[in-house]
Ligand binder design. Structure first.
Ligand code: C2E
Ligand code: CA
Ligand code: CA
Ligand code: CA
Length: 278
């Protein structure tokens, strides 16, 4: 038994060392990636039920020289733990605003752009100042930009958070609550914070229309949103029966593979233009 304990201990420290090594490696990799511009934005449309594209959500991809396309779930959480999220977040915001300006010149009906912002970015940076700077630099008007935030930002209820969100809203930037319903957060934040959109998390959409619990939750969210005058986007819509059901509930906006997967930036205008011709 004594032997065993020792082996376990060795096994344990080895695992911890491996994990630390993996993290050091990832940090080096990511630092290089920022310098070498290995990141790329993809866009996924958010559309009305009549297939009008109202916004495009920027989703980051990492073109790793050896590993190929790396998903954000593999590096965003790590970047949030370190301070790397600040420079990357700035790059994403600026690139997304530039891309939206590009659509203005090349697409007949240019949509808005939606950008995911980590809670960490609000804690480490003055977001209204950064956004204002980027809008000025790129020339994009504030009402073309939506920031997707999560409930975790509203949980701590800090004065500084409310202040930042109010400034952004006053500038004309819209705020959207991402993954709505998954955040263990009290709903009272909805009356304190100036949000315009709720994005119903994919996990509630998956079971539609057959799962009674999911249907009940989605209906409840839609009716609450209507009373509070919030717009609703259903995320992760994959089938026509989900879309039809959402239409029957008068959910105005949908997003998901059923409409389109995320599209590389250089193909997105094409998507917009072929849509108009079909
Ligand atoms: P999210 O913001 O909730 O984004 C939605 C995710 O669901 C995206 O995964 C998208 O590709 C995927 N998706 C969209 N439609 C469907 C569908 O119909 N079915 C299924 N199964 N999946 C669908 P992705 O691009 O891998 O991003 C994962 C998460 O990484 C995002 O979740 C977001 O939290 C984070 N993320 C992505 N890009 C950024 C970014 O630029 N900045 C920050 N801070 N986070 C980002
Ligand atoms: Ca999002
Ligand atoms: Ca989401
Ligand atoms: Ca998510």
């Amino acid at each position: 038994a004594k032997e065993d304990g020792r082996n376990n201990f060795h096994f344990f420290t080895e695992e911890i060392e491996k994990e630390a090594l993996r993290k050091r490696q990832l940090e080096q990799d990511l630092n290089r990636a920022i310098e070498n511009q290995e990141f790329e934005l993809y866009y996924q449309p958010i559309e009305t039920l009549d297939a009008e594209v109202i916004s495009a959500e920027a989703l980051i991809r990492w073109n790793h020289p050896l590993r190929g396309l790396v998903s954000p779930i593999e590096f965003i959480p790590f970047m949030e733990e370190t301070s790397l999220i600040a420079p990357l977040g700035e790059w994403i915001l600026k690139q997304a605003c530039q891309d939206a300006m590009h659509w203005d010149h090349h697409c007949s009906v240019p949509p808005k752009v939606s950008v995911n912002i980590s809670t960490r970015q609000f804690q480490n940076q003055n977001m209204p100042a950064l956004v204002k700077q980027i809008l000025t630099d790129t020339g994009l008007s504030a009402d073309r930009l939506t920031l997707e935030i999560t409930e975790s930002l509203m949980i701590d209820d800090e004065d500084s958070t409310i202040h930042q969100l109010n400034s952004l809203r006053l500038m004309g930037v819209a705020l959207s609550v991402d993954d709505f319903g998954t955040g263990y957060s009290s709903l009272s934040y909805l009356k304190k914070f100036p949000v315009s959109y709720l994005k119903i998390d994919r996990s509630f959409i998956q079971g539609l229309p057959n799962c009674q619990e999911d249907s009940a939750l989605v209906e409840a969210i839609l009716s609450m949103a209507e009373s509070l005058r919030l717009q609703v986007v259903a995320e992760g819509v994959e089938t026509s029966s989900q879309a039809n059901y959402l239409a029957s509930l008068k959910c105005r906006y949908i997003q998901g593979y059923w409409l389109s997967k995320p599209i590389p930036q250089h193909d997105f205008c094409n998507y917009l233009n072929t849509k108009l011709n079909s």
